[in-house]
Design a protein around this ligand. Structure first.
Ligand code: ZN
Length: 250
């Protein structure tokens, strides 16, 4: 394998402005692109974002919103606000994008030396917030480096000698990125954060760039025009709490 820098995207949630900010910040810094799911749902730009992910040729697995919107699963576990967004998105999506979303593979999906999952390793719809919840991914994955999404929290976990470490690896407000050096023998379960709806307290769009040959993963945050996205959400009559939370990053 030649030197390959992998752009890792997750939870884009139909936010085209955040996605464009991410792609311009990452320009020239990556060779291939992967996506951990939730391409759509919540945001106002499902067609634009799906078309862009497809055009990038990103290796993409499905998220719970992709499944609900394309009819692969029902919305029983969705709260009323999320369900309203699912229904709006399904009506809005062009049929060819809807069928692309429906065909997405589930994780775990090994590719280019890493493994992609949306939620937990053994359950794609499960959230991983704690070291205990991270165990199956750290132990069962076929790769030392596994990427997950779903929580919209940038960061992750590492494992060595039967102990799990919580990694605090978010860039400070004054920084664009922070780099994690991968240690030999250690296993990693890493979350690039959410492009389109961050929930870790930093409203900036999140992503990661992995360079396995040089043993580095960079965790990035980039600002974008949040109020432009909120305006489109209000014009589309998407639920107001979904617009509000973008500014809070919660
Ligand atoms: Zn999500």
């Amino acid at each position: 394998m030649s030197a390959t820098r992998i752009l890792v995207l997750s939870d884009l949630h139909a936010n085209a402005t955040a996605f464009e900010a991410v792609l311009s910040a990452a320009e020239g810094r990556w060779d291939i692109c992967v996506c951990l799911g939730d391409v759509v749902g919540y945001g106002p730009d499902p067609n634009q974002v799906t078309a862009r992910v497809r055009a990038l040729g990103a290796t993409t697995i499905r998220g719970n919103h992709d499944k609900a919107i394309s009819g692969v699963m029902d919305t029983i576990d969705f709260n009323p606000v999320a369900r309203a967004a699912v229904e709006w998105t399904r009506a809005e999506l062009q049929p060819e994008h809807l069928s692309w979303l429906k065909e997405l593979q589930p994780g775990p999906f090994p590719t280019d030396g890493i493994v992609l999952i949306h939620g937990a390793y053994q359950d794609e719809d499960e959230y991983v917030f704690t070291p205990a919840q991270a165990m199956d991914g750290l132990l069962d994955s076929s790769s030392a480096v596994t990427f997950f999404g779903h929580t919209h929290h940038q960061g992750g976990f590492s494992f060595l000698d039967s102990s799990v470490e919580l990694l605090q690896i978010r860039p400070r407000p004054s920084e664009s990125f922070t780099a994690l050096r991968l240690e030999p023998g250690r296993r990693y379960l890493l979350n690039p954060g959410s492009v389109g709806q961050p929930r870790d307290g930093d409203p900036r769009a999140a992503f990661a760039i992995a360079d396995l040959e040089h043993h580095i993963v960079e965790f990035w945050r980039v600002p974008y025009d949040i109020s432009a996205v909120q305006d489109r959400m209000r014009s589309a009559h998407l639920p107001e709490p979904l617009a509000q939370r973008l500014m809070l990053g919660r």
